[in-house]
Design a protein around this ligand. Structure first.
Ligand SMILES: [Zn+2]
Length: 90
C-alpha cells in the first residue's frame, strides 16, 4: 500500500514523469543526454534523478566517468507502458 502511494506521488510530477519516459525510451542514458531529451536544465534533471534513485525507481550504471540511468522498478516500468500507449492514441 505504502509503496503505491510513493510510486504515484513520484509519478504525479511533470518533470519526473517526463524523465522516466525519456529513460524508458532510451533504455540507458546519461544525465546530459537525458536533460536534452527532456528539455530540462542539467541541475533540474540531476535533482529529480537523485530523488528517483533514492526511491528505487531508477538505478545507475557507471562506465568510466559516465553514469547512465535506467529504470529499476518493474511496476513503474509497466505503468510507463500504459502512459506511452495512451499518449500514442491522443
Ligand atoms: Zn518498456
Amino acid at each position: 500500500m505504502h509503496a503505491w502511494v510513493t510510486r504515484f506521488a513520484l509519478l504525479a510530477d511533470p518533470t519526473r514523469l517526463t524523465l522516466l519516459l525519456c529513460i524508458h525510451a532510451a533504455g540507458e542514458i546519461c544525465v546530459s543526454d537525458l536533460a536534452v531529451a527532456a528539455g530540462l536544465k542539467d541541475t533540474t534533471t540531476s535533482q529529480a534523478l537523485r530523488l528517483l534513485r533514492a526511491q528505487g525507481l531508477v538505478a545507475t550504471q557507471r562506465a568510466g566517468r559516465v553514469v547512465r540511468y535506467r529504470l529499476a522498478d518493474e511496476t513503474v516500468h509497466a505503468l510507463l507502458h500504459e502512459v506511452v500507449g495512451h499518449a500514442a492514441r491522443l
